[in-house]
Design a protein around this ligand. Structure first.
Ligand code: NG6
Ligand code: CA
Length: 504
């Protein structure tokens, strides 16, 4: 009898130890999940009703749901530049959307977000989309080691694709080399002229499984039945299959977590959804009823759920901070005829916001922004103005590191806002879309300029206008009432402030 009780007791103890969460410390694991082109209105937790995102909604409900969280820019490369360096991208030439063969644009001798973690003893990794250039020049040999890249910027481990899903080379890279290189079929890439003799979308549209939209120009080399931007030859067996891209990234991310979790880790999990070409895994195709863009969002949501499930299984849930956001706002037709518009069914990717990807209006940079750390952060909604630009300084503070003078110069320590201790965010923020705009204390000013008012290719308002624009975001989030004429002093104040920010 006694033996039986003891056995039972040991069994119970063993169970409670394995099911026990590792204690919460001040050095949580951090997973930053970055969606690509996800809009402010694309998640249930941000008001979507036509699409279901239960995993991300659960994440939002478990932590801080920011209503005024931002990327710095309305496109990918500059937002990512700011995220990694803590510097406004417009301070530096060459930070606009990069071709797939661009050289690395992140300085390797300066503070970066992954280096902040690395210096604090974390294991660091990026899995997913990169789009910040590789190597020292455009001309490079893709069949040998390509560097510098993510590893030189501070990631101990990297598993990426070089640019975007619609740009060649359509290959994965693990650390410095292309995965699955075939010596007998070397890869070559060119953005200036056609190389090799493979079919292109322009010459052989009958080979496409998804047509390119007219005038967008996604009609160079065809890979997996999809016309790409840029020309590529070779590497036939090396190329990815679009339907497998996301699950491949998930697998690699989970492998990194599995292998590194005994020590603190920082994982930048940089997903491609719902960027074009939208080609989700088979189980998600047709599931949203909103076409492939909706299906891609379902896959994104599921992927986040899988990561959450793994953390729970490993007992890491309490002591892992998951941050979720998007690199810019939404776009429907960004280059392919995938029925994103036809099947919208009343869904509002930008919610009530004006504009979208490429725009200075709110939908360009105000994006879903969630910070969850179950062991430390209480569920709440925060209206603090926070940006991805601020992670460098904030994690420097949280991890008690030091930033050398001059590095990460635009990054602000908003650790109190990110940890849910304060509702105070930035006072001033410069927004980059077609041009620059500035926000201060809820007022937004867009300088007069001669640029086009509507980006016709994607049918999105750029924010450009011949007259200065002033909006009170506190009462007019949809930027409907231009108050510039009514408040000339405010206009002058913000115009001067923008000039001062630029000259800083
Ligand atoms: C644009 C592409 C668009 C997309 C974007 C990058 C054209 C006409 N459009 O230049 O399809 O690839 O670049 O998106 O080429 S981002 O989210 O990575 O910034
Ligand atoms: Ca993007």
């Amino acid at each position: 009898m006694r033996k039986k009780i003891l056995t039972l007791l040991f069994a119970t103890m063993a169970f409670s130890v394995s099911a026990q969460q590792k204690p919460t410390t001040d050095r949580p694991n951090v997973i930053f999940i970055y969606a690509d082109d996800l809009g402010y209105g694309d998640l249930g937790s941000y008001g979507a009703t036509k699409i279901k995102t239960p995993h991300l909604d659960r994440l939002a409900a478990s932590g801080i749901r920011f209503t005024n969280g931002r990327s710095t820019s309305a496109t990918c490369t500059p937002s990512r530049y700011a995220l990694i360096t803590g510097e406004y991208p417009w301070r530096r030439q060459g930070t606009a959307i990069l071709p797939g063969d661009a050289a690395l644009i992140i300085p390797t001798d300066k503070t970066t977000l992954p280096k902040v973690f690395k210096n604090a003893g974390y294991k660091t990794a990026i899995v997913g989309k990169w789009h910040l250039g590789l190597g020292t020049a455009v001309a490079k040999n893709w069949n040998a080691d390509v560097k510098p890249g993510p590893n030189e910027v501070g990631f101990d481990y990297s598993f990426i694709f070089p640019a975007t899903a619609d740009r060649v080379p359509t290959v994965f890279m693990e650390n410095h080399s292309v995965v699955g290189l075939d010596k007998n079929d070397p890869i070559e890439v060119d953005y200036a002229k056609k190389i090799g003799n493979e079919p292109t979308g322009l010459e052989n549209p009958e080979l496409l499984k998804m047509k390119s939209s007219p005038n967008h120009g996604h009609n160079n080399t065809i890979v997996n039945g999809i016309g790409r931007i840029g020309f590529m030859t070779g590497g036939k067996v090396t190329r990815w299959v679009d339907e497998e891209v996301s699950t491949t990234f998930l697998y690699k991310a989970q492998q990194f977590i599995e292998e590194n979790h005994p020590q603190p880790f920082f994982l930048f999990f940089s997903l491609t959804e719902p960027h074009v070409p939208r080609m989700p895994a088979t189980p998600f195709k047709g599931k949203s009823g909103l076409g492939l863009r909706g299906d891609a969002i379902l896959q994104l949501d599921w992927t986040v759920g899988e990561i959450m499930k793994q953390l729970k299984y490993l007992g890491l849930e309490e002591n892992t901070m998951i941050i979720f956001s998007s690199d810019n706002g939404p776009v429907l037709d960004d280059g392919y005829e995938d029925e994103a518009i036809a099947k919208l069914n009343g869904h509002l990717p930008a919610g009530i916001l004006r504009g979208g990807k490429y725009s200075m209006f709110e939908a360009g940079t105000r994006v879903p922004f969630i910070v969850s750390w179950p062991g430390k952060i209480k569920p709440q909604v925060s209206d603090a103005l926070v940006s991805q630009l601020d992670f460098v300084a904030s994690f420097t503070k949280i991890l008690q590191q030091i930033i050398p003078k001059g590095d990460a110069r635009d990054s602000e320590d908003l650790s109190d806002a990110f940890l849910g201790h304060s509702a105070k965010g930035r006072a001033v923020f410069v927004v980059q879309g077609a041009g620059l705009a500035i926000i201060k204390d809820g007022w937004k000013y867009i300088p007069a300029n001669k640029g086009i008012a509507i980006n016709k290719l994607v049918n999105i308002e750029t924010g450009n206008a011949a007259e200065p624009q002033l909006y009170n975001l506190k009462t007019d989030l949809a930027e409907k009432n231009n108050l510039a004429k009514q408040f000339p002093k405010k206009v002058k104040e913000l115009a001067d402030l923008l000039t001062a920010e630029k000259d800083k």
